[in-house]
Design a protein around this ligand. Structure first.
Ligand code: ZN
Length: 487
């Protein structure tokens, strides 16, 4: 499935839509989840909670979206969260300089060059405005945080550009009240905000987006005393090495120094397992180790989990070993002690993070799940992610059938997400539910009136069987509880 086909499905069936769409000329980069998209997103988050947060007995918090200026002075965002931009001297078209250059010379240029180095690239390659072909002005830096004025005195604060900062600043209290021990993982799901220069491709580059982040506080001195590694030591990870993807067990990756330690290996494994369960095609998943030029200057090591789509390889999760940079900086600026006692050591913990883009993940899962079979378009979402669980269809628009269909709906609606549909041919109604991934369909026909049985249809194999109405609830419960589906 390509991007245009997916967008047609997303818009036409209510997965996601542009924000404020009845007005023209509104800023780009803001999208909203429609009825199906909202349930789909919630189910994805439930899976994340089940497979990662609860698996690891993590705690989860829900921090403020507006945070004080001091936080971002400490984190470095005020100074460093900048993109190089350049404007056309004539039409004022403003674009990211690094993107403009790499698109024009067809190679990836290093991040974090100086403004002069970008200017040189532009001049050397004679790059002009793609719109009006005039010359570009000088490159400058643009801070991507949204500033907000708080209270009557308009005190400066910022919409958080990443959710993790509240985990860092809350750490001393969380560690104390939860009687924490290192390693100490903390999770958070929520919105983050970045004033992107050129938001694009709907959910791929948003200005307001969901992140699901996990921050693991650990003691560097004990990094290889990590027993949980045994759970995944034989699990095979997919690493991009040179230009090829290599399948390497965690154990071997550790021996060959591809991963720096057991803790990092464990978390890379559980995030890959999570995406496998979410329906990502593993043949289109890879970890890419960032070079020292690409990763943040304080990071000890960094991997991007990337997924191949019709738009190319997309980064879904940044897996960063942030060292003790965050706590050290917050300690310096706040003057509060952030150290904790771990065994006999008094330590300022290091942090390993899994920072996941939720919206992009949903896009990729949809793209990987969509298939065409003859005349059927099927969104083969795993059953625990499908927004609608059961479609209910009276065979014809006849009162006797409608009454029984409503009875079936009443039996199921307390536990399952139902879609009742009585318009159009039965074949077309099946197709409409196939297209949004509904795994089960129930048809009420004239036989139902006599034998109290309905036809239960399975989306994936189109198997149809007759089921007694009295047994329906039990059978459907079993279907959605099926643990095989989680392996
Ligand atoms: Zn121009």
């Amino acid at each position: 499935m390509n991007y245009d086909e997916l967008m047609r499905l997303a818009l036409g069936r209510g997965f996601f839509v542009p924000s404020c769409e009845i007005y023209s000329d509104v800023p780009a980069g803001f999208w909203e989840y429609g009825p199906l998209g909202t349930i789909f997103r919630n189910r994805f988050i439930n899976l994340w909670r089940k497979e990662i947060v609860r698996r690891d007995q993590m705690i989860e918090i829900d921090g403020s979206q507006i945070m004080a200026k001091e936080v971002f002075e400490a984190s470095g965002h005020l100074k460093n969260f900048v993109d190089p931009i350049v404007s056309c001297s004539k039409c004022r078209l403003t674009v990211r300089a690094d993107k403009l250059i790499s698109d024009n010379i067809n190679e990836i240029i290093p991040e974090r060059l100086t403004d002069e180095e970008y200017d040189n690239y532009l001049r050397k390659n004679k790059i002009s405005c793609p719109k009006c072909h005039s010359e570009f002005g000088k490159v400058s830096k643009f801070n991507m945080m949204f500033r907000v004025g708080v209270g009557a005195i308009d005190e400066s604060a910022y919409l958080r550009p990443e959710t993790c900062q509240s985990i860092f600043v809350d750490f001393p209290r969380l560690f104390k009240i939860m009687r924490g021990k290192l390693p100490f993982p903390v999770a958070q799901l929520g919105k983050s905000f970045r004033n992107e220069i050129s938001p694009r491709q709907s959910l791929m580059r948003l200005r307001e987006f969901y992140q699901a982040e996990i921050e693991v506080f650990y003691n560097l001195l004990r990094i290889n005393e990590f027993e949980k590694f045994e759970e995944i030591s034989n699990y095979v990870l997919r690493f991009l090495i040179d230009t090829r993807i290599n399948e390497i067990s965690c154990e071997e990756a550790l021996k060959k120094n591809i991963i720096p330690n057991k803790l990092v290996g464990y978390y890379l494994a559980i995030i890959q397992q999570f995406y496998e369960k979410a329906g990502i095609d593993l043949n289109k998943l890879r970890f890419r180790k960032l070079t020292s030029k690409e990763k943040a200057f304080y990071a000890r090591s960094a991997f991007d989990l990337e997924i191949e789509t019709s738009l190319g390889w997309i980064e879904l999760v940044a897996c960063n070993d942030r060292g003790n940079y965050d706590l050290k900086r917050h300690m310096e600026v706040s003057k509060r002690d952030m150290t904790v006692i771990d065994g006999d050591d008094k330590v300022l913990p290091n942090i390993f993070e899994l920072s996941m883009g939720v919206d992009r993940s949903l896009y990729c899962i949809m793209e990987h799940s969509f298939i065409k079979e003859n005349d059927r378009n099927i969104l083969k979402l795993n059953r625990y992610l499908s927004p609608v669980q059961v479609g209910i269809f009276p065979l014809l628009k006849k009162e006797s059938l409608q009454v029984r269909a409503k009875e079936v709906q009443n039996i199921l609606k307390g536990e399952f997400q139902i879609f009742y549909d009585e318009s159009g041919s039965i074949g077309r109604r099946y197709r409409r539910q196939d297209e949004v991934g509904t795994p089960l369909g129930i048809t009420i026909d004239y036989d139902t009136l006599n034998d109290n049985e309905v036809t239960l249809r399975n989306r994936d194999d189109m198997d149809q069987k007759r089921v007694k109405i009295t047994e329906l609830l039990q059978i459907i419960r079993g279907y959605f509880l099926d643990e095989d589906n989680f392996r």
